[in-house]
Design a protein around this ligand. Sequence first.
Ligand code: SR1
Ligand code: MG
Length: 395
Amino acid sequence: MSTVLQETYQPLTEETAISLAKERNLFSENSTLSCTEIGDGNLNLVFHIKDQDEKGIIIKQALPYAKVVGESWPLTLKRATIEAEALKLFKKHAPDFVPEVYYTNETLAITIMEDLSHLTIARKGLIDGNDYPLLASHLGTYLANTTFFTSEFGLDKGEKKELVGKFINPELCKITEDLIFSDPYFDEETNDFEPQLASAVEKLWNDSELKLQVAILRKSFLTEAEALLHGDLHTGSLFVSKEQTKVIDPEFAYFGPVGFDIGQVIANLVFQAIAFEEKSEAIFSHVRTFWNVYEKQFSILWENDNLEPFAHIDGFLSHTLQKYFQDAVGFAGCELIRRTIGLAHVADLDGLPNEKERIAAKETTLALGRALILKRAELTSIEQLITFLQSKNYE
Ligand code: SR1
Ligand code: MG
């Protein structure tokens, strides 16, 4: 048997990744394989292996620490298993939008999956000026299916409780609790922002009205096990083309409030609208489509597949959607703020070459983030949200 598979945990190299692919018989015997490490995220190694005919696979391996910080920040390898299990479950409920998993190995913390290298990471594609006309509706359908069929509306109650246990993900949730829901609101070492933003940031730190609302959203993230979330659904977790969308990287998956995933999608689209003003109307239209498709698809599933005895009581569906929407507005606000001044930034903003424009864009994301958190009770419909975004007056 193989050397790679007999070992205890070791980070793969391009050479051992090829050995592993051969050991698993993922290519025909006489193939000539090449491998490149392509991981550009914050946490993992990602190997792209292909044969002479360009047929490929991806091997993703968790590192025992957060790559973005280094070995001083240890991180559980269990996240690889959570990610693989989430991919399989999401694939079941949204088959068109999730890559296929071929093999997993807990000791090595690896997942071998479908090669998506013909697609582009959405954040990069959007920054490069491409438009993805189906992205918003694909995401609406993906999220409606996954959040319905992993909630008690679409899942047997006992089965749901078992799944909640299976997806307990304390280490990765703590990253979110700290980096999204706590550190940006205090003078913490993890924060990272330009000196020109210091006075705006200090204003946030002293804003007790805002801090109360963030505390409420944080409590929701900590306590509300509504459905299995992706947990990190930003545009860097999406592979896209004009025709296809694939959602990757659910290592932060856990049972949480549905609005969290929805809010991350909205916020990461909005970064584009703020960074590239000329695109703002097109992006707002994607935000509208995303929510409208989510609402429509969720409502269809509710009508046809709901297991709840109260499913057809007047008002219950609209109450549920209203809650998801208003939570999403607040969570979007938190994502806008943390990606501007917290540890993990976005290239949409950081990549703006003109310093004055970059700082102005960041002041806007901070003001908008704050406004969304504080105004979420008033922003009760997608049209109200879009009108507010268009107003560009976020004070
Ligand atoms: C230490 S991890 C920093 C960020 O990267 C991940 O993709 C998540 O967004 C996390 O908050
Ligand atoms: Mg990721």
